[in-house]
Design a protein around this ligand. Structure first.
Ligand SMILES: C[C@H](Cc1ccc(C(C)(C)C)cc1)[C@H](NN)c1nnnn1Cc1ccc2c(c1)OCO2
Length: 331
């Protein structure tokens, strides 16, 4: 079996949403595939109206195939301190023609203001490893873990694009979606993330390669590229107008600055993935401002590096849960 679904970026590529069908008859919601968490949760009719602001709500009572998991609850807090919680139902879930008939669907009863404010986002599909699923008393498998046994191959791929729709594929690798070879690196899933080690980085096509091992996670659910301070300093020191602005919470530079270099990160066997300098102008700091917030920021608040969308959209990425590897290719 296999599946394929289009993902669509929101403004500034802040997140990528995909259509997901839940229940019978099917209810379609737009969800955020997040390889950095492992709960599939949705806005639902269980929420107080004050917490809903345009989102599409999953109504378990309108689904003939939903079964409430009595006594089961979930509660998740994300690294940015946003949170959500609620009850758990078993129901059928389809993503890109791939159906899991008995998926744990976590129906929100409470969401934090950040989720309420994001009216396009109807919830998250966590495709990290199931050991960090938050359902109590017994954690639940992710959509991919439930689908995996029936797939042609135990992989899913992420093809995120800058300012354009891309695709998530399940169960197969589309050889037309990338160029060159896919280079695989080992993943350590102990803490539930797609955690891997980059051998180093290079700033600019003429720069030297810095052999410094960078431990981090591949996270489709994080917008930016969060790297060690030493790497950020090496990058932003090459941009004439760049400075660290505590009031903005990070590095900024003049939006049109022509000196913004490309950034390369190593994967394995000498392969490097090139992130175009244009991806590093994340967004204008304030309306009317000429300064842009950098797409690369420090990981000091997180404790480990996060290869978020700014990095992932420069590559074709294979999440191989069968052999616990990440595959990287240019495109
Ligand atoms: C932030 C997203 C999860 C999310 C996505 C979207 C949203 C909104 C819709 C409301 C916009 C909120 C939350 C990320 N997903 N793996 C995540 N989930 N848990 N940690 N991270 C990454 C991290 C992001 C920012 C940090 C951080 C760690 O530590 C300190 O600052």
């Amino acid at each position: 079996d296999r599946g394929s679904v289009q993902n669509s970026p929101k403004l500034y590529d802040v997140e990528y949403l995909m259509p997901v069908s839940l229940g019978t008859p099917s209810q379609q919601l737009n969800l955020d595939l997040d390889t950095g968490s492992s709960d599939l949760w949705v806005f639902s009719t269980l929420l107080k109206e004050s917490m809903v602001n345009g989102q599409t709500l999953y109504n378990p009572n309108a689904s003939t195939t939903s079964d409430k998991m009595e006594g089961y609850t979930w509660k998740i807090t994300y690294g940015d301190q946003s949170y959500s919680s609620g009850d758990v139902y078993i129901d059928t879930v389809t993503i890109g023609d791939l159906t899991v008939s008995t998926q744990a669907v976590e129906a929100a009863k409470v969401v934090s203001e950040e989720f309420t404010a994001d009216s396009d986002n109807d919830g998250l599909v966590g495709l990290g490893f199931g050991i960090i699923n938050t359902v109590q008393p017994y954690k639940q498998k992710t959509f991919f873990e439930k689908a995996m046994p029936g797939l042609d191959s135990p992989v899913f791929t992420a093809d995120l694009k800058a300012g354009a729709p891309g695709r998530y594929n399940f169960g197969y690798i589309d050889d037309d979606a990338y160029s060159g070879n896919i280079t695989y690196v080992p993943v350590n899933s102990t803490d539930g993330f797609w955690r891997w080690v980059s051998p180093g980085f290079q700033v600019g096509s003429a720069g030297s390669f810095n052999s410094t091992r960078i431990h981090g996670i591949a996270d489709t659910g994080t917008t930016l590229l969060l790297l060690p301070d030493s790497v950020c300093d090496a990058f932003y020191s090459q941009i004439a107008s760049a400075e660290y602005e505590p009031s903005q919470g990070g590095y900024t530079f003049e939006c049109g600055d022509p000196t913004v270099p490309d950034f390369y990160f190593g994967t394995a066997n000498g392969q490097m993935i090139r992130i175009p300098g244009s991806y590093m102008s994340y967004s204008k700091t304030d309306t009317g401002s000429s300064r842009c917030f950098g797409g690369m920021q420090s990981d000091s608040g997180v404790g480990f590096t996060i290869w978020g969308d700014v990095a992932l959209k420069a590559a074709f990425v294979v999440f191989d849960q069968g052999s616990e590897q990440l595959g990287w290719a240019e495109k």
